[in-house]
Design a protein around this ligand. Sequence first.
Ligand code: HEC
Ligand code: HEC
Length: 208
Amino acid sequence: MSKERNNYAALACSALLAVSVSTAAFAGDVNKLVEVCSSCHGKDGNSAEADIPNIASYSVEYVTKSLTRYQKKERPCIETEIRSGSKKGSKSDMCKIAAGLSESDIAQLGEFFAGQTFVRTAQATDAEMVKKGKSIHNKKCFTCHAESGSEPSDHSGILAGQKMGYLKQEIKFFKEGKRPISKKMKPKLESLDDAEIEAVIQYYGSIQ
Ligand code: HEC
Ligand code: HEC
């Protein structure tokens, strides 16, 4: 009995040690990586910039899929300015940023952003459009974008409270075939005219 207890104590102790060692290594590396992202996406993955999506709370799966796609240039590589920090004002794009990341970097970044809280952006919307957009969402989008597009475990980005300019741009890319799209989402987007797309974007933008 006492031998068993000792074994247990030793096991618990070594497990604790392993956890603290790996956390220390993890924290050091991930902070450096996150600093790069923060210069555009904000300190905790919530950006103050209208054209930069919030990525806080995104699932590890979605962050991994997105960064891998940028590495392969399967998503458009849009040049944009670094918004804060020592490189403020210089140009970069998501493909260049993702190119330098290892598999382990991506996994750590995924864990970091999955642990942050998504802050919804307050944006001006039109009540009639929002109403129309909500009914479109409830008919055509909710099956894959649950809880008004706020469920990270859908692995489909966060739409509720996301930057409207960003959503508009991505829907355009999907429709033009510039960004890979799920086979089932394509017909749903194609069934909407421009005014309906604007309405559904306003619906997501209105969610607080
Ligand atoms: C120079 C500014 C800039 C930096 C630095 C930057 N991003 Fe981005 N990121 C953007 C912009 C702008 C977009 C949206 C347009 C696009 O696809 O390029 C984006 C899109 C993304 C997306 C896709 C979002 C979605 O909803 O699909 C992810 C994930 C992402 N970034 C993660 C990161 C990570 C992780 C880092 C740090 C390693 C990082 N970004 C650094 C500007 C930046
Ligand atoms: C069959 C499932 C499905 C349906 C239905 C669907 N989507 Fe999606 N949607 C996805 C998936 C999966 C992604 C992630 C795409 C990727 O792999 O990058 C996505 C991504 C998006 C994005 C980009 C999010 C980001 O962060 O970049 C927008 C915007 C979007 N969907 C809008 C819509 C709208 C509007 C509708 C309804 C008209 C809709 N979707 C219906 C599966 C779906």
